[in-house]
Design a protein around this ligand. Structure first.
Ligand code: HEC
Length: 98
């Protein structure tokens, strides 16, 4: 787990959007319990796969969850205090997961 995260960080450092993705990887720590370390989703949590999804789609859903335009009671406590920049960083990170 720690090794995977470390190699992930190293990979990210060399990728073109270093800052966003790196910040997104840090923020994604709270998402793992439901969406999984690699974003593949966890059925028991009813949390879908998000890995490889379009970044603009991820971003829009997060904005909609926060504004409650799309209701997600389970996830809301984890995103209510995040900023739009956080959502962009998270979207950039999630989109590049394979
Ligand atoms: C407590 C569990 C939980 C946590 C923590 C959580 N999610 Fe979710 N997430 C869900 C559930 C459940 C859904 C499905 C909601 C629905 O059915 O509409 C979801 C849906 C989503 C979707 C929409 C997927 C789609 O295809 O429309 C995105 C994007 C997402 N989560 C990203 C995140 C991110 C990023 C984080 C961390 C900041 C996070 N989630 C944390 C449970 C969680």
């Amino acid at each position: 787990m720690k090794l995977t995260l470390l190699s992930l960080f190293m990979l990210i450092t060399f990728s073109s959007f270093a800052q966003n993705v790196e910040k997104g990887a840090q923020l994604y720590g709270t998402c793992i319990q439901c969406h999984g370390e690699k974003g593949l989703g966890i059925e028991a949590q009813k949390a879908p796969r998000v890995a490889g999804q379009h970044d603009w789609y991820i971003y829009t859903q997060l904005v909609n969850f926060k504004s409650k335009q799309r209701v997600n009671e389970k996830m809301y406590p984890y995103i209510k205090n995040l900023s739009e920049q956080d959502f962009k960083d998270l979207a950039a990170f999630v989109a590049q997961l394979k």
